[in-house]
Design a protein around this ligand. Structure first.
Ligand code: GRG
Length: 295
């Protein structure tokens, strides 16, 4: 199957899995369930689930075993977007081409929506059908908790909020992005791989190197798109980083050098995948998609 056909198939699989597992909007509390579905369904590139499925493919995991971790990383991502858009954080009104969750449902419901999506993610991992390997399942829960907590995404967001209007060095910017965006992307790849045959220590180290690099690469490209693309294409407010005086790769390095940085990271990511040969084909294709995307 060619890459774009595979991507569409897995995006549809993710959408229908999320649709089935999210509580129906008819079940009480209806408004909260409606908001959870609004924030999660019908939008987004599903990059994190795709990385999870591709990480699983590398380790020859059964597709059915990947659905729970793939959905769990997307739920954490959806929660982070809902909270990030709140007036107390990034204060945005447009997400995935529609009004943000708090604009549609109010701030209190949006806050609860993020909370409930996060809880559901961990519930899914706890329900993960790895009957024969409880230790691995606990490792997966710990991995997702670390990636989304204060030493991961939430910590990166805290640094981001503190950094508005502050000059950051490139090292500090990188530290922030590795946590805010990179940690969950890394977890997506590794959770997928955890569902398959055990990898050797060097293989695991190589995959981890790939996953960390891909996470940073995603953010460098996000910074470039924020400065180059328009709001309609992005489905979220373009040019916000500059308007808010946020440090980014583009503001620190300039556009041309930010693009060079992305090219360097793409090469590093591909080199980390090379030892896996054909098993890493989808991850390699996804790396290209992360760089070449327009939104
Ligand atoms: C509130 C705890 C807490 C964390 C928020 C990750 C994050 C932390 C906020 C998101 C802010 C943001 C826009 C970061 C830039 C990178 C990023 C995550 C972009 C959006 O991800 P995509 O492009 O979005 O994968 P789609 O809509 O395609 O899923």
């Amino acid at each position: 199957m060619d890459f774009f056909a595979w991507m569409e198939t897995m995006q549809r699989r993710t959408e229908s899995y999320l649709d089935r597992l999210l509580p129906s909007a008819n079940i009480a509390p209806q408004r909260l369930h409606q908001a959870m579905r609004y924030a999660t369904l019908g939008g987004g590139k599903r990059v994190r689930p795709l990385l999870c499925y591709a990480g699983g493919e590398l380790a020859s995991a059964d597709l059915s075993r990947l659905d729970n971790p793939a959905a769990a990383v997307e739920l954490i991502h959806a929660y982070s977007l809902v909270h990030d858009d709140l007036p107390c954080m990034d204060d945005d009104v447009l997400r995935r081409g529609k009004p943000t969750c708090h604009v549609e449902f109010g701030e209190a419901t949006a806050l609860l929506t993020g909370d409930a999506l996060q809880s559901l993610a961990f519930q899914l991992l706890a329900e993960y059908p790895l009957e024969a390997d409880a230790t691995r399942q606990l490792d997966m829960l710990r991995l997702l908790a670390q990636a989304s907590g204060s030493r991961g995404m939430a910590g990166g967001q805290a640094i981001d909020l503190d950094a508005v209007g502050q000059p950051l060095s490139l090292t500090e910017l990188e530290f922030m992005h590795i946590h805010k965006t990179g940690a969950l992307i890394r977890a997506a790849v590794l959770l997928g791989a955890q569902c398959g045959k055990p990898l050797s220590a060097p293989e695991l180290a190589g995959l981890d190197h790939y996953a960390k690099t891909a996470g940073l690469l995603f953010q460098v490209v996000d910074d470039i798109l924020d400065s180059e693309a328009d709001t309609a294409t992005l489905g979220k407010t373009a040019g916000k980083d500059a308007a808010q005086h946020k440090p980014t790769y583009v503001s620190l390095l300039g556009l041309a050098q930010a693009k060079e940085k992305a090219a360097e990271l793409r090469a590093t990511a591909n080199a980390a995948l090379a030892p896996f040969g054909e098993a890493a084909q989808r991850l390699g294709e996804l790396t290209d998609f992360i760089v070449d995307r327009h939104f």
